[in-house]
Design a protein around this ligand. Structure first.
Ligand code: UDX
Length: 422
């Protein structure tokens, strides 16, 4: 099929490259010509393992455009992959989704070819039916489910292994209210030979939020139990090895530490709380999940103060700035609240991250950035924020370390060591 992908961020670029690899002809649609030129040359505009290779391998099936209306007219199906950032109250900003829906409507009004519109952006349950469909119907004068198809198809791509998550998905979720859209969507994903669960549009939208919010809950739960285990001199990693052996629970996402970052978990949990509040429902568990996540990084400071009561003028090293390893993404990184506190207390911060320093420098131009991890070790104390594999190959002898992610080499060799919840 000829498919247009609107949005060339993490989700759009991986989705388009994956669909091209399945044999479809992809038009990447965006506003940034530089990003589009990169994609056309077989290079990814973002860092994602394997994405360059996938784009380069499928170059002859990839084109790009800044003209959304014409891209819609040239394609039979369109994935909406634009961002839905948080508003101040936690609800999602739908401006990009609204603008794209207007353009799609304009694209549909001129020809009788049947188009299927797929919402892959993470939108609160009810948004596709409450916003996307009415706007497209108004702009096109055509009826959803009759003149054109509509589906929700949320993404479950983890940064750093998004290509793998595309091709070896645990499941593909398709939400449709008409049979034709359902069959078209199932035909797209059938070649992956992974489980496909088809349901209603708003159920699919909710599955996305409920999944991410549950994973975030697992993490905050592991962190709270970890805080208690540390006080009782119990190893939290051993506890969750035993807990995870229950097939009803499972072992994943129980790594205790300084909490979750990234562009999804914090945003999706806030959006679910705000959306629920707007319909009079209080999600008290998720409110606590966020509260734990906000306080967990600051536990590092309490352990640091135990060792160095006055931080003013002291040099504090930070190992890791990305929100997790294998990415240069710093959105909601747990390094942000930690470094904010260090700066407030007058410490001199020297940071190292194998990939994320350029991005972090944009936020914090006035802290020092080291060329190597070893350079950071001469600080008065070192805080480990991201568990990059290379941090396991460092000799921490004689160093004061407060570890937020459990780097075993530090636990073995540091001169003075505290784990944040172990
Ligand atoms: C997440 C979801 O996993 C993915 O399904 C969704 O589509 C997008 O959001 P991502 O944000 O890329 O993916 O990263 P993920 O690997 O889920 O980690 C998120 C955060 O949780 C990171 O900051 C990570 O350090 C933290 N984490 C993860 C823990 O603290 N403990 C864990 O056990 C797992």
């Amino acid at each position: 099929m000829k498919i247009s992908v609107i949005g060339t961020g993490y989700v759009g670029s991986v989705t388009g490259a994956g669909l091209a690899d399945l044999g479809h002809h992809i038009i990447f649609v965006g506003r940034d010509q530089k990003k589009l030129d990169l994609i056309q040359s077989g290079k990814s505009p973002i860092f994602e393992k394997g994405l360059d290779e996938l784009l380069a391998k499928n170059r002859d099936r990839i084109s790009t455009s800044t003209d959304m209306v014409s891209a819609i007219r040239e394609s039979e199906l369109c994935f909406i992959c634009v961002g839905t950032p948080s508003n101040a109250d936690g609800s999602i900003d739908l401006q990009q989704v609204r603008d794209v829906s207007v353009s799609i409507g304009k694209g549909l009004d001129s020809d009788d070819q049947y188009h299927t519109i797929v919402v892959k952006s993470t939108v609160f349950p009810g948004t596709t039916e409450g916003l996307v469909i009415p706007v497209i119907e108004r702009e096109s004068g055509k009826t959803a489910g009759i003149d054109w198809g509509i589906a929700s198809n949320p993404e479950f791509l983890k940064e750093g292994c998004a290509i793998e998550d595309f091709f070896q998905a645990d499941r593909v979720i398709i939400g449709t209210n008409d049979q034709k859209s359902r069959h078209i969507m199932e035909s797209i994903y059938e070649p992956l030979k992974v489980p496909i669960y088809t349901t209603s549009i708003r159920t699919a939208e909710m599955i996305k939020y409920a999944s991410n919010a549950f994973l975030a809950t697992k993490i905050s739960y592991a962190n709270e139990i970890g805080n208690l285990c540390k006080r009782l001199d119990i190893d939290t990693r051993d506890v969750f090895t035993g807990v995870g052996m229950d097939h009803r629970i499972g072992p994943d996402f129980f790594r205790s530490g300084i909490g979750f970052g990234g562009s999804c978990f914090p945003k999706d949990v806030r959006a679910l709380i705000a959306g629920a509040r707007s319909v009079g429902i209080d999600l008290s568990i998720l409110a606590s999940v966020l509260k734990v996540n906000e306080s967990q990084p600051l536990r590092m400071l309490s352990f640091l103060h135990a060792k160095i009561p006055a931080l003013h003028g002291k040099t504090i090293g930070v190992l890791g700035l990305a929100f997790k390893p294998d990415t240069d993404d710093i959105r909601e990184s747990r390094a942000i609240p930690v470094i904010d506190s260090l700066i407030r207390e007058g410490a001199e911060v020297v940071a190292y991250d194998p990939m994320a320093m350029d991005n972090f420098r944009g936020l914090y131009p006035n802290i020092r950035y080291a060329k190597t991890a070893e350079e950071v070790l001469s600080s008065d104390a070192v805080l480990i924020i991201t568990e990059w594999p290379e941090f396991e190959n460092i000799d921490y002898t004689g160093t004061v370390v407060i570890d937020g992610r459990r780097v075993d080499a530090a636990e073995r060799s540091a001169g003075w060591y505290q784990g944040v919840c172990w």
